[in-house]
Design a binder for this molecule. Structure first.
Ligand SMILES: [Zn+2]
Length: 301
């Protein structure tokens, strides 16, 4: 199996709400992002965490004015652009506040970092302390940011990246396309779930011989005829006439929920109407009764 790709979420704490939204959406479709809140343990070094950005497959960057004026964020940018191929790895989401597409605004950012650099330098000169290594390191970083931010902004402009609203509207399609579907799991069919049960007579489950009925149109159909798609962690079978979902397969919740479905190993099958599983040619079959809460969503988790 292909190993899962790693995606780092780089953002400014002032934009935390937006970061949460993106994180929640990605999580809902089965993509786990690496982010400071979750992945830096108490007393772990933030610098070490920020350096780990270099080793991830992709970096989603929430580009805002806050981001471009934060030394932590720009430090992550510096670590990212050390890699020659960083253009292929970054997935910027641009907020309006950043003005990155307006070249004349770039001067402001460059100026901002030069000013920061100069004021620290002046402070340093007026001090008379023997151990200045920490401050000198900080100054080095500021200088590097001031030197690199112009180039970074021009790469962003060149990439023609989408705004947050555009990304939201198309459900992050462009980003997901770049990441590839290595991250997204294939749909799980009922036959695969049933295969985890050992049948005495050597029966091999097949969706073609599993019959159900659509509650809306009443049409009887086998599960090969129904259309199938993946929505987040769930696989959804829809009536062949497009009426409604008829079977949903997903991971079990943290607590069991009566009437919601049938747990078989790592999956829960939720069927609105009975599923008739023909296990032998002689007409023998197993009935999986429809579950009353099959499609209900729990209100409070
Ligand atoms: Zn139907």
């Amino acid at each position: 199996m292909e190993s899962k790709k790693t995606i780092f979420l780089s953002y400014c704490w002032k934009d935390e709400n937006i970061a949460n939204d993106i994180d929640d959406y990605m999580n809902s479709i089965g993509i786990k992002l690496i982010r400071d809140k979750r992945d830096v343990k108490y007393k772990d070094s933030f610098k070490v965490f920020m350096k780990s950005i270099k080793n991830t497959d992709f970096v989603i960057m929430i580009i805002s004015e806050n981001y471009l004026k934060s030394s932590n964020c720009m430090y992550e940018v510096l670590e990212t652009i050390k890699d020659d191929k960083y253009r292929d790895r970054i997935l910027p989401i641009v907020l309006e506040s950043s003005n990155v597409f307006m070249v004349k605004e770039w001067i402001n950012y460059i100026q901002y970092w030069e000013d920061k650099c100069n004021s620290l330098k002046n402070e340093l000169e007026s001090l008379n302390i023997t151990n200045l290594s920490g401050i000198i390191d900080e100054l080095k970083i500021l200088r590097e940011i001031a030197m690199n931010i112009g180039g970074f902004l021009s790469v962003l402009k060149d990439m023609n990246c989408l705004s947050l609203d555009e990304n939201k509207e198309n459900k992050y399609k462009d980003i997901l396309e770049v990441i590839g579907d290595g991250l997204l799991d294939k749909p799980v069919r009922v036959e695969e779930v049933l295969k985890t049960l050992a049948f005495e007579n050597g029966y091999v489950p097949n969706d073609k011989y599993i019959i159900t009925t659509c509650p809306t149109c009443g049409s009887e159909q086998n599960l090969m005829q129904a259309s199938i798609c993946k929505n987040g962690l769930e696989t959804i079978y829809e009536c062949k006439n497009g009426c409604q979902p008829i079977v949903v397969i997903g991971p079990p919740g943290t607590s069991s929920w009566e009437g919601r479905g049938y747990r078989i190993k790592e999956n829960v099958i939720r069927n609105t109407k009975d599923l008739l599983v023909k296990v032998a040619n002689d007409g023998k079959s197993i009935l999986i009764p429809g579950s009353p809460n099959a499609l209900a969503k729990r209100k409070h988790i």
